[in-house]
Ligand binder design. Structure first.
Ligand code: IPE
Ligand code: IPE
Ligand code: MG
Length: 252
């Protein structure tokens, strides 16, 4: 009999609180436009929301929090906006890294590093290196990330091993490919939340989302807070996850 590869690790099963929450932080621009403010102000307030939500996730018992902070496709935005977003990432790491570290947060980064400015790469590396022994909360930052690019990268590495005679193509199954993704040791997200009312994944964790519960909330990211996270988690707890099998309740 085939094992159920999509089933979560035992520590994630039968929990009303998801082990791994992933968030598409959307709606900064519309939040600002609704207030007659520049888009940059929406992004700035989005960082405040992120600080709140990192704290709230930990308080609620979430062990992995993945946040979509810049997509591979966001390069199509005006250069000024890209500059604002990169500036905020720089400031977030410079200002918050010490606090994240003392709070026991381990920072991980997924996405393409090549082509990023050297100082950004240095900051991302510093954040990962400084916090690598922390265990309270894993904060996975998806930066310059696209799921198709991640899967294509995995395929490329596997193809290279085959070309070098180090791998038999018949040995490649879904688990193998999964191990060549950016953060193979991190369990798949149990819950994916998207703010702002958009109903799509926008190239976020498409492989890992195979059996994630999706919750779409109408509020814009700068307004997202602990209560909104709690209510998304409550909705998750009401869902029945089946992984292709028969009823396995997420709630207790
Ligand atoms: C999310 O807010 C931030 C990023 C995508 C980087 P948006 O900038 O997409 O805001 P909207 O969707 O235009 O309102
Ligand atoms: C997804 O939001 C990317 C991030 C939140 C970083 P977008 O605003 O870029 O997505 P689309 O373009 O509306 O699909
Ligand atoms: Mg958007």
């Amino acid at each position: 009999m085939m094992p159920n590869a999509a089933a979560p690790a035992t520590e994630g099963s039968d929990r009303s609180v998801p082990l791994h929450v992933a968030i598409i932080m959307d709606g900064n621009g519309r939040w600002a436009a609704a207030r007659g403010l520049p888009r940059a102000e929406g992004h700035r307030r989005g960082v405040d929301a992120l600080r709140r939500v990192v704290r709230a996730a930990h308080e609620l018992g979430v062990l992995y929090l993945t946040i979509f902070s810049f997509s591979s496709e966001n390069w199509s935005r005006p250069a000024t906006e890209i500059g604002d977003l990169f500036g905020l990432l720089r400031r977030f790491i410079r200002n918050d890294l010490a606090t994240l570290h003392s709070d026991g947060v381990r920072v991980r980064v997924i996405g393409e590093r090549e082509g990023l400015e050297p100082d950004i790469c240095a900051l991302l590396n510093e954040a990962e290196e400084l916090t690598k022994a922390n265990t309270k909360l894993n904060l996975v930052v998806a930066f310059n990330y696209g799921s198709r690019q991640e899967i294509a990268g995995a395929a490329q590495r596997l193809a290279r091993e085959v070309a070098e005679g180090k791998r038999d193509p018949a040995s490649i199954d879904a688990d193998t490919l999964g191990r060549y993704l950016d953060a193979p040791d991190i369990p798949d997200p149990d819950l994916i939340i998207r703010t702002s009312g958009e109903l799509r994944l926008s190239n976020f964790l498409m492989w890992q989302a195979a059996y994630s519960e999706l919750v779409f909330v109408p509020i814009h990211w700068p307004d997202f807070d602990k209560a909104a996270l709690e209510s998304a988690i409550a909705e998750y707890a009401r869902r029945e996850r089946r992984f292709g099998g028969l009823a396995v309740k997420t709630g207790s």
